[in-house]
Write a protein that binds this ligand. Structure first.
Ligand SMILES: O=C(O)C1=C[C@@H](OP(=O)(O)O)[C@@H](O)[C@H](O)C1
Ligand SMILES: C=C(OP(=O)(O)O)C(=O)O
Length: 439
């Protein structure tokens, strides 16, 4: 949740990136851990929970629906599950903050409850499209009113008898898929979701880990209503999307050699690794076992010159949150990089194609926008300037990376929302070598 206070960063060229870096827990997994452990029978302990505002907003919402969640120390939660039908009506609107994930997953989960709820969000979330979940949920029998134009708030009417469906989603979105699966827990019969491109499968994996029968494979998931979830301890892996800023920065800054510890390597998240390697990056990956059912690896990233490429459309969904950082890499690569099939970027916390194109141009790069992507002309010697992050955490962090390559200082406006996904980014970035301070 944005505090309303505007904070800026002044970022500038620092030192080559060095050392061992531990990035915080995965945001997607942290949301789902709160939701599913709350609905389980018994007590679950969550370790590596992301202390970011998005996941904490979800946590606060479940507390308000009667779930006891203890926080013995940072990154730890003890969740006293109240069973699949145990949630209680909250005493007012539920605030999802900045989190599309929180709101869309909850739309599905709350559609199956016996009581009414209202979901609200901050200024950015209040502009994001919700019909992508409310329309298919309506086909299951859910009754959800949106604001004018299909945006939040969502007024969810409880007491609907949900019916399973077999549906092919229009957009490749793990949030849409997860909303339907969570509604499917409460539906009569079978819910089947087919996707145009496979998306992250954390909801499916965690349902399975907590004992709900589910069948899934890339681009496909099927479950039926009427089972129960059993509490289980959950170890949250480090967030690949947070690691991505350091992977790109270390690749770009000459002399860098950095190690990232035990990063979550779910194949539906690591598209950026493939794309950066195609561009010439030097990323060494050492598998380090599993954490919470997810493969994790130690990554060693050394500086390497990059060349522009056409980003394969097949990787787009697997790197959807990494495009802001990729745009920076592309601006500093030799030659042109083309991005297509990424129209989803226009409906994230900001229009990420437009905010990145505008910001990079302000630093002297040449970027042409297209409706579903951009052409980024490389070979840029970035200069200093002023950037508006539009309150978008990933834009703010991407320009902190860009500033490590620029000739002058970069003022990055409105960075408070970095705390939604990556609290402590600035301290870790300074530890790695970044020139970065509040201004
Ligand atoms: O399911 C999730 O946890 C997420 C899915 C993605 O959104 P879409 O599914 O809408 O693409 C991603 O952008 C977001 O950061 C987290
Ligand atoms: C798009 C993002 O998150 P959400 O949709 O949950 O707001 C993100 O973290 O980049």
């Amino acid at each position: 949740m944005s505090s309303g206070k505007t904070i800026d960063w002044i970022a500038s060229k620092g030192a080559p990136l060095r050392g061992e870096l531990a990035v915080p827990g995965d945001k997607s997994v942290s949301h789902r851990a709160i939701m599913l452990a709350s609905l389980a029978d018994g007590v679950s302990q969550v370790e590596g929970f992301l202390e970011g505002e998005d996941a904490r907003a979800t946590e606060a919402i479940f507390r308000r629906m009667g779930v006891r969640i203890d926080a013995p120390k940072a990154g730890s939660r003890i969740i006293h599950g109240i069973g699949i039908d145990g949630l209680r009506a909250p005493d007012g609107p539920l605030d999802c903050g900045n989190a599309g994930t929180g709101m869309r997953l909850l739309a599905g989960l709350l559609a199956g409850q016996s009581f009414d709820t209202t979901l609200v969000g901050d200024a950015s979330l209040s502009k994001r499209p919700m019909r992508r979940v409310t329309a298919p949920l309506a086909r299951m029998g859910a009754r959800i009113d949106t604001g004018e134009g299909g945006v939040p708030p969502l007024r969810i009417h409880g007491g609907s008898a949900l019916q399973g469906i077999d549906i092919e989603t229009e957009v490749a979105s793990a949030q849409v898929k997860s909303a339907l699966l969570l509604a499917g827990l409460y539906a009569r019969g079978t819910t089947t979701v087919r996707e145009p491109h496979p998306t992250r499968d954390y909801t499916e994996r965690m349902l399975q880990a907590l004992g709900w029968p589910i069948e899934f494979s890339p681009g496909f998931a099927r479950l039926e209503g009427g089972h129960r979830l059993l509490a289980r301890d959950i170890a949250v892996p480090a967030d690949f999307s947070s690691a991505a800023f350091f992977i790109v920065a270390a690749t770009l800054v000459p002399g860098s050699d950095v190690r990232l510890q035990r990063v979550g390597m779910n194949p539906r998240r690591t598209g950026l690794l493939h794309v950066l390697r195609l561009m010439g990056a030097d990323i060494e990956e050492t598998p380090a076992g599993e954490q919470g059912g997810e493969p994790v690896s130690d990554l060693r990233v050394r500086h390497a010159p990059l060349r522009g490429i056409e980003v394969p459309v097949a990787h787009v969904a697997d790197m959807i949150d990494e495009f802001p950082a990729l745009f920076v890499a592309a601006a500093c690569a030799q030659g042109t990089t083309t991005v297509r099939g990424a129209a989803e970027l226009r409906v994230k916390e900001s229009d990420r194609i437009a905010t990145m194109a505008t910001g990079l141009r302000a630093l002297g790069a040449r970027v042409d926008e297209t409706p579903d992507g951009a052409t980024i002309h490389g070979d840029s010697q970035l200069r200093g300037g002023s950037i508006d992050s539009h309150g978008d955490h990933r834009i703010a962090m991407s320009f902190a990376v860009a500033a490590q390559l620029s000739d002058g200082g970069v003022r990055i406006g409105d960075i408070a929302n970095v705390a939604t996904s990556f609290p402590g980014f600035d301290a870790l970035a300074r530890q790695a070598g970044f020139g970065l301070r509040e201004g």
